[in-house]
Design a protein around this ligand. Structure first.
Ligand code: ADP
Length: 363
């Protein structure tokens, strides 16, 4: 295993900037996710690291080695793709053994057997070694693809949306297994995903991309609680963040943000803010509590039950609305009910309305 570093790395396709001046350091043994919407530059970053693409500018290192100009086979990385393409005419054993069979000098048969069996044991597929790919499930095939990467014992694992072909339940189980596997192996992993919950649960740090630019690079909790900008706040989380325009009120005492949904106490002092004008409030659904209030001017427009949570769309003046999360066993509210909102000041973010950059966080 090894460290990885990108310094000032850029890649263009004609006029399209696929990656713009990326600086990123991955520590030894880290699980780093590259997260972002489609077209944000994640695969470009991974392919540059694998050596499948050449950078226009900048330097890429794996450990102490400058690999910027090295061909893929000399970088000692193993890549697992979304389409894990096993060899259909080879057994599971032969598929996993393949990278060792083509190595020169070729390891002896006993060494190959020992390595394949160790990897298969770690992945829980030791009983399947004699089967062919079509005789095992999609999840098991994905494990075989991982095994084929692991058997090489590479410096860095590169995983490109490896779970996205699996159904939702299986994906969550494989995610757990992948995390356990990483804990057991301690390998350096760079993982591409557009699925924020996958990135949140798996990673030691998440690199969030948008339009070829790194937006934030931090541990999951920090990405979630202290998003660097409005894009990150909105992209990370099961539901979209609510954004409200308004104006600050109060100076030395406690600040409030006055919006079309009413006055929202911010639980912080004026002196804590670098700027006071052109701000936008960001609040995730879980930062907003809802309670019935006879005669209030806010109304429930929509109630969506999703098992554990009840998501309520609440509308105010000018049809301004927010989505709040409630406990369905504690709150029973139907569309049309009049309500009051309670914003948790520790979970409120203020952004610059123009640039989107974070100005202040509640915690
Ligand atoms: P992601 O993996 O986040 O979906 P990519 O890294 O694949 O994004 O792409 C980043 C940008 O580069 C996108 O705008 C994409 O359209 C563009 N791009 C990627 N590959 C090519 C290519 N071979 N030719 C032209 N444009 C490309």
């Amino acid at each position: 295993m090894s460290t990885v570093s990108f310094r000032g790395v850029s890649k263009h396709y004609g006029p399209t900037v696929a990656l713009d001046g990326l600086d990123l350091e991955v520590r030894e043994g880290e699980f780093v996710s590259l997260l972002g919407p489609s077209g944000s530059g994640k695969s470009t970053t991974l392919n540059l690291l694998a050596g499948l693409l050449d950078a226009d500018a900048g330097e890429i290192r794996i450990g102490a080695t400058d690999v910027t100009l090295l061909p893929p086979e000399r970088r000692d990385v193993a890549m697992v793709f979304q389409n894990y393409a096993l060899y259909p005419h080879l057994t599971v054993f032969e598929n996993i053994a393949f990278p060792l069979e083509v190595r020169r000098p070729r390891p002896d048969a006993a060494t190959i057997r020992e390595k394949v069996e160790r990897v298969a044991g770690l992945l829980g597929i030791a009983a399947l070694l004699a089967r062919y790919p079509k005789e095992i499930s999609g999840g098991q095939q994905q494990r075989v693809a991982l095994g084929r990467a692991m058997v090489r014992d590479p410096k860095v694992f590169l995983l490109d949306e490896p779970l996205s072909n699996l159904d939702a339940r299986l994906r969550i189980r494989m995610r757990r297994d992948l995390k356990a596997l990483h804990q057991a192996l301690g390998s350096t992993i760079v993982y591409v995903t557009h699925d924020q919950s996958e990135a949140m649960t798996l990673s030691s740090r998440i690199a969030v991309f948008d339009h070829g630019r790194l937006q934030q690079y931090a541990p999951p909790a920090e990405i979630y609680d202290r998003p660097a900008n409005a894009f990150v706040a909105n992209f990370v989380g099961d539901r979209e963040t609510n954004f409200l325009d308004g104006a600050l009120e109060g100076t030395d005492g406690e600040l409030a943000f006055v919006t079309a949904l009413g006055r929202i106490p911010l639980g912080r002092r004026g002196s804590a803010l670098p700027s006071r004008a052109g701000l936008r409030l960001g609040a995730r659904p879980e930062a907003i509590g809802v309670e019935p209030a006879a005669g209030a001017e806010l109304r429930v427009a929509l109630a969506e039950l999703s098992g554990a949570d009840l998501f309520l769309t609440v509308q105010g003046r000018d049809n301004t609305e927010v989505v709040a999360r409630a406990d369905p066993r504690a709150v029973r509210l139907e569309p049309g009910a009049t309500v009051r909102l309670r914003f948790d000041p520790t979970r409120l973010h203020l952004f610059d309305a123009e640039s989107g950059a974070a100005v202040s966080h509640g915690s």
